[in-house]
Ligand binder design. Structure first.
Ligand code: ATP
Length: 252
């Protein structure tokens, strides 16, 4: 177990008898940057929610540094953004960050100036700090969620589709941020945007119909970069048939 920051052991999740995750098993080493990939409905968000203790698994165990994960240490050292449903709509962006700051460390962790700096980086000076999150656009909510995930300077950062809804400049800023972040910490993200995944992650966890069908390095998956990530993923998950006939049928 030594060196593993996260260990998921035999995780099964059933919703009303339907299996969403089936005996999922993997470990994440400190310093890894892992992308969770798979089709819509494969089980990625369910997996991240269970890992974070936001959803109870039906079977299996999640360990953080060798211990059951729902400890204060896990909460203090983990940052996450998993969807806008976890954002308090009535608070302004700044109030949300201040709230998290108090929650994590009685307000001693970061100064208001630092929190404002965090917002400035992702919002690029847009007037968001004083505005209620409920009045944000989808992309602004994503940014507020990402800022929230970073308040406690987490050792493990978990992000569910962080690039979704961000404009091109914001994607570039997030990419630059994550590229630096991953050099010092551990990162787990799900994304459908393979070009960003390729630039950030060293390991891939591919899930299909609730089962892990690949977990290893990006290099191994792409045969040392000879194939693109997209090609390699298509080869693993999609049948080699042409959709042209189906498209013609749909159009005509
Ligand atoms: N609360 C729930 N109740 C019932 N079924 C659920 C619930 N949450 C997820 N599921 C089901 O579990 C499966 C996995 O869903 P999940 O959201 O984890 O997929 P995903 O890989 O994150 O998909 P996407 O790429 O579309 O975000 C799906 O079949 C989904 O319908």
């Amino acid at each position: 177990m030594e060196g593993h920051i996260i260990s998921m052991q035999g995780i099964t999740k059933r919703f009303n008898g339907k299996t969403a995750l089936d005996k999922v098993q993997f470990t994440i080493e400190k310093g890894d940057s892992v992308a969770v990939l798979g089709r819509n409905g494969a089980g990625k968000t369910t997996l991240l929610r269970i890992l974070l203790g936001l959803l109870q698994q039906t079977e299996g165990t999640v360990l953080y540094e060798g211990q059951p994960q729902l400890t204060l240490a896990f909460r203090k050292k983990t940052g996450f953004y998993i969807g806008k449903e976890y954002l308090p709509e009535e608070l302004s962006g700044m109030e949300y960050l201040q709230f998290l700051n108090h929650l994590y460390n009685g307000g001693r962790l970061r100064s208001d100036e630092e929190l404002r700096g965090l917002m400035d980086y992702f919002f690029e000076g847009a007037d968001a700090a004083g505005k209620a999150i409920g009045a944000y656009s989808f992309g602004m909510m994503q940014k507020a969620g990402i800022c929230g995930a970073l308040v406690n300077q987490p050792e493990l950062l978990v992000l569910d589709e962080p690039f979704s809804g961000l404009d091109a400049f914001s994607c570039k800023k997030l990419l630059a941020f994550l590229q630096q972040y991953k050099q010092q910490r551990t990162l787990l993200l799900s994304s459908h945007d393979l070009s960003f995944v390729e630039k950030i992650c060293n390991k891939l966890l591919v899930i299909d119909a609730g089962k892990v069908c690949y977990y290893n390095t990006m290099e191994d998956f792409t045969v040392n970069g000879r194939n693109s990530l997209e090609e390699s993923l298509f080869r693993l998950l999609y049948p080699q048939e042409s959709d042209n006939e189906k498209i013609s049928w749909l159009i005509e």
